[in-house]
Design a binder for this molecule. Structure first.
Ligand SMILES: [Zn+2]
Length: 203
């Protein structure tokens, strides 16, 4: 973030500062969403492995397109026709995008995938739509930021289509190219994510 005359502007790409990695929005600005499961899901549930420690399950209401959170290259895609629970080893139709800085954005359980493996994508580009493919009880997107294949080498990635490096916390941003308030940027691990008393966020 850059502060000018007391107003907060976001730089034109995802950025890393003292507050950590701040991403561009995962979906169109103003889309209402529910966080059904977050980073603190606890033992016995998913999101307690190294690769999904900071995962969030987001259920979008209305518009369901998902956007690339940074400029990068698509390094893995599954696009199952049957969308069964075994599709993508449970992750269903998924997309992994690698940024130049070595972060991987992982979107899973998609309905449709709009990108192909090896494709360069720009921040804000539509990469797929929310779905319930793979092992999912309802439409939602399981989203993580993982870091990094660079320390292990791309060979590690090629060994497994679904294997991911460790997940990291990041700033979840629902405001782009506008004057943003601090309310529109939340740490992923601080999002209120519950299966009971669900909170609909709309910014
Ligand atoms: Zn999940």
């Amino acid at each position: 973030m850059i502060k000018i005359l007391g107003l907060v502007f976001l730089v034109s790409c995802s950025s890393l500062d003292a507050n950590g990695l701040t991403l561009y929005p995962i979906f169109d600005r103003g889309t209402p969403f529910i966080c059904t499961k977050g980073a603190k899901a606890g033992p016995g549930r998913s999101h307690n492995s190294k690769t999904s420690k900071y995962a969030v399950d987001l259920q979008l209401k209305g518009v369901s397109d998902l956007l690339s959170v940074f400029d990068g290259t698509v390094i893995a895609v599954t696009n199952c026709k049957n969308r069964k629970s075994s599709c993508g080893s449970g992750y269903g139709n998924f997309v992994k995008i690698l940024s130049k800085s070595g972060y991987i954005a992982f979107y899973s359980h998609l309905n449709k995938v709009f990108v192909r493996n090896g494709q360069r994508v720009k921040v804000g580009q539509r990469i797929g739509s929310q779905g319930k493919s793979g092992h999912a009880s309802g439409p939602h997107t399981h989203f993580t930021i993982n870091y990094s294949w660079i320390d292990k080498g791309m060979r590690a990635h090629k060994k497994s289509k679904t294997l991911l490096p460790r997940s990291i916390d990041y700033n979840f941003n629902v405001c782009a190219n506008k004057q943003c308030t601090s309310r529109s940027i939340i740490k992923a691990s601080k999002l209120t994510c519950r299966t009971k008393r669900l909170k609909i966020y709309k910014f």
